[in-house]
Design a protein around this ligand. Structure first.
Ligand SMILES: [Fe+2]
Length: 462
């Protein structure tokens, strides 16, 4: 048995395969485009390497796309035959369980397998990163934050990938509302590696949640030369964060320029790219901006994915693009599929669809068709369940915005006033929050309070 560069036991035919797998992991943690090339080299060195096969399976599943899922299942079958036919470590068996469970839709069981690995092998960055990913789309900030806390003390800064562990912890802290600590770890990650996209992203989230918009623009721009090339499509999401800051500052021209040049320069089919685009255009329109014909491309891409049903968070965003372009038949197909998919009771995503996803999607379609009262009636009792759909606080804020804008449009004055009061309390540095509060106060007939709120919005954006 070999050991990887962190001292974890690895079953392999030769050291060349183990070293190539080390490079694969480092590339994956860095969102590097050459991740696939390193994995290929791993499999070339040892076509039956258990972890090479298993990691390949994870990479297919991460696309949350049926054609990739099928390939993931095929690799899973090969990996299972290798694992069952040979002598492998308990760590590799846990990885096999994680792949099996994830592929079959039981994300909770997959998380348990990753966390079991981490109990005995806290220096396993791959198990930590994959568990972090699944927590992000299921159990949320507290689980992410505790997962990395359990391994953090055992890492020293001179270990390969130590900065990536800082970044992972930073994002968990941020999603758990521990902004100061999150920023400390994000800055540490980026000091170690200024191309660490997850560290930059964690810092960007802190600045988003604290309304530090101008600082956020600087934070992302400062490291751009290091991460803007050689990284995968996650960089579009980092650009999305920068666009959110400009949107808050009322700079719609820069938002659209970033959209056209970076966020949606290519018409990609990756779910995260589509969610970036739809969430940004929706927010832009809420703030009086003009999306032009940009919805059409997003809707076409979304229409291709109405039968996927592998990730609820993605489905809801596909509905946004379909709804925005009046493609009601396809939106109906999406909804119908969401009602009928993942009905197996062990399906983690099935639970999410039933608890919140289907209703959220109905509300999104209603909102676009002007049924504002219905939107409020659906979303208001569901607010505490929004988090089940996964994603970050910043991403899910779109649902809160839909609720508030619908309350305003439906003339539900007291509710609009209350919801906007929540927003200005939670994020007083947000021009949008003051602006929407001004609209609510106007609706309530309180002109002086509306004027104060509008002045506040203008001052903050100036
Ligand atoms: Fe983000």
């Amino acid at each position: 048995m070999f050991q990887d560069q962190w001292g974890n036991p690895v079953t392999a035919a030769n050291s060349e395969a183990v070293e190539a797998l080390d490079r694969t992991i480092m590339a994956y943690l860095g969102f590097r485009l050459d991740t696939g090339a390193h994995l290929k080299a791993t499999m070339k060195a040892d076509p039956e390497m258990p972890l090479g096969l298993i990691f390949s399976g994870f990479f297919f599943l991460l696309f949350c796309q049926p054609k990739m899922h099928v390939r993931g299942l095929a690799v899973r079958d090969t990996a299972r035959a290798v694992v069952e036919g040979g002598t492998v470590s308990m760590r590799e068996r846990h990885y096999m369980t994680a792949l099996d469970s994830w592929a079959e839709g039981d994300w909770g069981r997959a998380i348990s397998a990753f966390e079991s690995i981490l109990l005995d092998h806290p220096h396993d960055p791959m198990a930590l990163r994959l568990s972090h990913y699944l927590h992000f789309y299921t159990s949320g900030g507290r689980a992410m934050r505790l997962s990395s806390a359990r391994v953090l003390p055992f890492w020293t800064m001179d270990q390969p990938g130590a900065g990536y562990i800082q970044a992972i912890h930073a994002f968990g802290l941020e999603e758990n509302g521990e902004y100061e600590a999150a920023e400390t770890h994000a800055r540490r990650a980026v000091e170690i590696n200024p191309a660490d996209l997850w560290g930059i992203h964690a810092g960007a989230h802190v600045m988003e949640m604290r309304g530090r918009h101008r600082e956020g623009i600087g934070w992302i721009s400062a490291h751009e030369q290091h991460w803007a090339s050689g990284t995968n499509n996650f960089r579009f999401h980092v650009w999305w964060h920068r666009a959110l800051y400009h949107l808050e500052l009322g700079d719609h021209a820069t938002v659209l320029d970033l959209y056209d040049r970076e966020i949606r320069a290519e018409s990609t089919e990756e779910y995260l790219d589509i969610t970036n685009g739809t969430a940004l255009l929706w927010r832009l329109e809420q703030e009086g901006g003009d999306a032009g014909n940009r919805w059409e491309e997003l809707a076409s891409r979304s229409a291709e994915r109405v039968t996927d049903h592998l990730l609820c968070f993605a489905d809801v965003h596909y509905a946004m693009a379909l709804g925005a372009t009046g493609r009601t038949a396809e939106a109906g197909d999406l909804l119908e599929g969401m009602r009928n998919a993942n009905v197996d009771e062990t399906s983690s995503q099935g639970t999410v669809y039933r608890q919140v996803g289907i209703a959220l999607t109905e509300a999104i379609i209603d909102a676009r068709q002007g049924r504002h009262d219905q939107v409020v009636d659906i979303l208001l009792p569901l607010r505490e369940q929004f988090a089940l759909v996964g994603g970050s606080h910043a991403q899910r804020d779109i649902f809160e915005r839909v609720l508030l804008e619908s309350a305003l449009a439906a003339g539900r004055t007291a509710l609009a006033r209350a919801l906007s009061a929540e927003r200005v309390d939670q994020k007083p540095a947000s021009p949008y929050n003051w602006s929407v509060h001004a609209r609510a106060m106007e609706l309530a007939g309180d002109g002086p309070a509306a004027a104060v709120a509008r002045h506040k919005a203008t001052t903050l954006a100036a």
